[in-house]
Design a protein around this ligand. Sequence first.
Ligand code: NDP
Length: 298
Amino acid sequence: MTEATIIDGKAFAAKLRERVGAEVRRITDAHGLKPNLTVILVGEDAASQVYVRNKGIQTEEAGMESVTHRLDASTDEATLLGMIEDLNADPKCNGILVQLPLPDHIDESKVLATIDPEKDVDGFHVINVGRLWTGQNALVPCTPYGCLMMLKDHFGSLSGKRALVLGRSNIVGKPMAALLLNESCTVTVAHSRTADLEERCREADILVAAVGRPEMVKGDWVKPGAVVIDVGINRVPAPEKGPDKTKLVGDVDFGEASAVAGAITPVPGGVGPMTIACLLRNTLVAACRQNGIDAPDL
Ligand code: NDP
């Protein structure tokens, strides 16, 4: 039985963070510019607290300035929008990230639309979405960008590959499809209404799973030799580790798929670590563009 190459996202992300750090030192020395990423967290969502803390630590490790505004869950929409407008006008702030999800009383789309597209390091503003789909210089959502980097590293050119993206969310599936299309893949986007899903998956040279369904993609959905990128992060019970224990699994049945695929990302340690590394990359790129400095090709 062939075992797939494991694509080590943790190591890949560490290298990307090193490259970002080196570029940050270079532009700080040459231009006196220390890129600043400002994160706004509204409320006490436990997972968001962890993400925001990690973002802050990694931002500083890369030599950039990290600012976090923690707002009470009862903060009203106008206050949040006002804070974003102040950051838009502040030349010291290069990247603005509003941690999602937001409390129900705040309109997420209004918040995302208020962020200056040039500081939109999450790449969720419609201007950046439009730029991405029209092949212009967008700030691209971090998770799919990380997937693309690993795919390009594996294949070199992606031109002519058949890609299937399982999931059509605005933060993963759709931007992933746009990125693959921009690389001249032939792209299928599958979702909950897709007919013959397993067959469509089996046709793909590149299979990106972003569904949020634990281990849904089975080994016999994978074309032999295909590259499988598993975006899913699902916490499931792990009775084998003891009572009440849990573990993280992806959207792909790793045991089955790794026996068929040519290469595969594990969960954890695959796509996950790339997301913050790409956020740092986006912050550096945004800071360079705002200051008329050639952005490094990372
Ligand atoms: P969403 O819930 O927003 O989207 C899920 C998509 O999967 C939808 O398009 C949905 O289709 C589709 N889908 C759901 N069930 C099925 C099914 N049975 N068959 C076919 N398609 C289905 O999720 P996200 O895109 O936000 O996230 C996807 C996964 O990626 C999650 O596990 C999430 O935790 C993980 N994630 C990981 C990140 C990382 O850093 N590694 C970052 C972001 C997300 P439809 O549109 O028809 O409803």
